[in-house]
Ligand binder design. Structure first.
Ligand code: BF8
Length: 679
């Protein structure tokens, strides 16, 4: 820790990126993980002679050229490596370019927005899949799926401009499904959900010409403009990245979240458990891993059926134990309380326990290596979609039109594998933690305001009076180049200690859940006095789990609700809020970060930064972007320093709003509260 703080002398949101910091491993400690369960399984894997991502991260260093964003391989004349232009001694610039003349900033910008395209495509193709199933369900062509949240259906219908008066639920749902699907291929006009953003934000986007048309169109245009010989202006390239990212957050992801809520129910608070200790030695363990809840929702039903439970007993098991991994885990946790086996970097170590009878996967964040690890134990890897196959894995195709049959076939395959377990079994004992999840925007609205006056008013009031300093969204992945879970937990503890309410999604939420931060008692233990007081009054944890990565759209809606409730400015960029992804690794995280910034949120990434090959582009993203959008990127690998940058930003927004004085009123700190209680 001490060495690291020496290395990171600079802080503040406009800090220049140190290329050595950005390209290398960035950890506060030298450990592979702070999660004891994962550590135990890393050691077991070593004993069993099994290679995991943690081992490969040691033996394979990142490509230094690619890590800087300086490698252009978009045509057959390259790949060209184009480092940033340097000043020569006599003051002349030595300008390096690719064979075609592309500069460092053009190349970095192309690579950067191709990451946005990859991430936006992943979220949006998920959203499209949901919309297709939604439409089939509305037409009665997808047995097992239906409409669970009629109120939300009506809300979404109205946002799509659909007439609801005097019409049947079925007719409205069909039109919502058709409208939602049409959003992906819209050639002209604007995405309908863009109108949900604050009016001022919509104007910012209009002025910059970044209001998205069809979701697919913006992604295709990135691929066109980054082809050799098309867009050569880094600022213009980045604008298209901004546009596609808005199409993700306010389009593909938001459609995914909303239609999932309508079909499967809008989440309400649930109590559950997290970590590898949720696996059971005497039951058939099925881990559902990936992202789309279309499959996992059906497996939840199939695994509970008497027929399947009886079958499991006939094989000597006591029952069927379902758990989740990655964002699928978050989906079935939020709606059913199904326990979380772990986050991204735990997918191999879960198999190393020797008790996973089937790991069922769909799309995204699934390591190919799980098949290699599975071969060292008895685990069956089952792929389920034509979009994502793994050589050697069993493929049971899941068809939403006959969902229950597919789900039962998958559960049956797991049950039949139960007798094949070897004696090489070790479940990390006592390695579970309680958590409360299920905080949709609607639930927060209700919890804060009550049934008859649902609103964000109490949140805004407590921000204005200074009990809550601000709100931070801490989201995103694990990254094997940094200590597993450490960045998330350290950052979130620092934030809540300073009275910042934290909203979470994705693997980040699981990291903090494992550390015991997602229970109401965490307020008293870890939060500052103001935040603790509010959390204890309302009965919520200081760290709020809002779902999977597509559910980051819930955070956009929550931020908009704060603006609309009044008293905190008239745009998201006025709010005392900040965002972060301290252990990011996926292209989806870049797209999410970009749409948070496009929505006006200052956002800090840790681990590594992908544009260090161009100082000009990095400056554009880290400084100039704020003038355009009111939000900007920052990079800080030290999670505590990153949290301090977020707090400094929150304080600057409080000052701009004229509510900074409120914080000077000293409320009770924890020490004072304890003294008061013991008196
Ligand atoms: O979509 S946080 S590692 S699981 S990309 Fe993947 Fe990152 Fe986890 Fe969910 Ni999101």
């Amino acid at each position: 820790m001490a060495d690291e703080s020496k290395k990171n002398k600079k802080s503040g949101s406009k800090k220049k990126v140190d290329k050595k910091e950005a390209g290398k491993e960035q950890t506060v400690s030298a450990k592979k993980t702070i999660c004891d369960a994962t550590q135990q399984m890393i050691e077991k894997a070593a004993k069993d002679g099994v290679s995991t991502v943690f081992d490969r991260a040691e033996s394979m260093k990142p490509c230094p050229i690619g890590a800087e964003g300086s490698c252009c391989k978009n045509c057959g004349m390259g790949p060209c490596r184009v480092p940033a232009s340097k000043k020569k001694e006599e003051g002349k610039e030595e300008r390096k370019t690719g064979l075609c003349g592309a500069t460092a900033e053009t190349i970095s910008a192309r690579n950067f927005i191709r990451m946005v395209a990859g991430g936006a495509a992943a979220h949006s193709d998920h959203g499209r899949g949901v919309a297709e199933t939604f439409l089939a369900a509305a037409k009665g062509e997808a047995p097992g799926y239906g409409i669970k949240d009629e109120q939300k259906l009506l809300q979404v219908a109205m946002d799509f401009g659909i007439e609801v008066e005097g019409r049947s639920v079925k007719a409205i749902a069909i039109e919502v499904g058709e409208k939602a699907l049409a959003e992906f291929g819209k050639q002209e006009g604007e995405l309908d959900f863009v109108k949900r953003a604050p009016l001022k934000r919509q104007e910012v986007w209009k002025k910059l010409g970044v209001t998205p048309r069809g979701i697919d169109r913006e992604i295709v245009e990135i691929m066109h403009r980054t082809h050799i010989g098309v867009d050569q202006d880094y600022k213009n390239l980045i604008l298209q990245g901004v546009r596609a990212s808005i199409g993700d957050g306010w389009g593909g992801s938001m459609i995914g979240t909303e239609l999932q809520d309508i079909m499967f129910g809008t989440p309400v608070p649930v109590l559950s458990k997290v970590n590898l200790g949720v696996l059971k030695e005497d039951e058939v363990n099925i881990i559902i891993h990936g992202h789309e809840p279309l499959l996992s929702e059906m497996i939840v039903v199939a695994a509970q059926s008497a027929e399947m439970v009886e079958m499991a007993k006939s094989k000597g098991a006591k029952g069927i134990n379902l758990s989740g991994m990655c964002c699928t885990a978050n989906e079935i946790l939020m709606r059913h309380g199904v326990p979380l086996a772990g986050n991204f970097l735990q997918q191999e170590t879960a198999i190393v326990t020797g008790v996973v009878d089937a790991m069922v996967v769909d799309v995204q964040c699934i390591m190919q290596s799980i098949q290699d690890v599975a071969q060292c134990y008895h685990t069956k890897i089952i792929t389920t979609t034509p979009k994502a196959k793994i050589p050697g894995a069993e493929h049971i195709e899941f068809d939403e039109h006959d969902a229950m049959a597919g789900a039962k076939a998958i559960v049956k395959a797991a049950i039949e594998n139960y007798p094949n377990r070897t004696k090489n079994i070790d479940i990390p004992k006592g390695q579970t933690m309680d958590l409360v999840a299920g905080f949709s925007h609607e639930t927060i609205n209700y919890l804060l305001g009550g049934m008859f006056r649902s609103s964000y008013r109490p949140l805004n009031d407590n921000i204005i009076n200074g009990r809550i300093r601000g709100v931070a969204g801490v989201v995103g992945c694990n990254n094997a180049r940094v200590t597993h879970d450490e960045g998330h937990v350290a950052m979130v503890k620092e934030l809540i200690k300073n009275d910042v309410l934290v909203l979470q999604t994705g693997c980040s939420a699981m990291s903090c859940a494992k550390a015991g931060l997602l229970v109401p008692e965490a307020a008293r233990k870890y939060a500052g006095s103001g935040l603790a007081e509010v959390c204890e009054t309302v009965g919520i944890p200081p760290v709020i789990h809002m779902g999977s990565c597509v559910d980051n759209s819930r955070i956009l809606i929550a931020a908009t609700a704060m603006v609309k409730d009044g008293g905190l400015g008239d745009d998201i960029s006025d709010l005392p809020v900040a965002g972060a992804a301290p252990e990011w690794m996926s292209e989806k995280a870049i797209s999410i970060g970009q749409y948070f910034i496009a929505s006006g949120v200052f956002t800090v990434f840790g681990a590594t930064w992908p544009t260090t090959g161009s100082d000009i582009l990095t400056k554009h993203l880290f400084e100039e972007m704020e003038e355009m959008l009111g939000g900007m990127w920052a990079f800080e690998p030290n999670p505590i320093k990153a949290a301090k940058m977020m707090i400094a930003h929150i304080d600057s927004k409080r000052k701009a709003l004229g509510i900074d004085k409120a914080r000077e009123r000293v409320l009770f700190d924890m020490e004072m509260r304890r003294e008061l209680e013991s008196a």
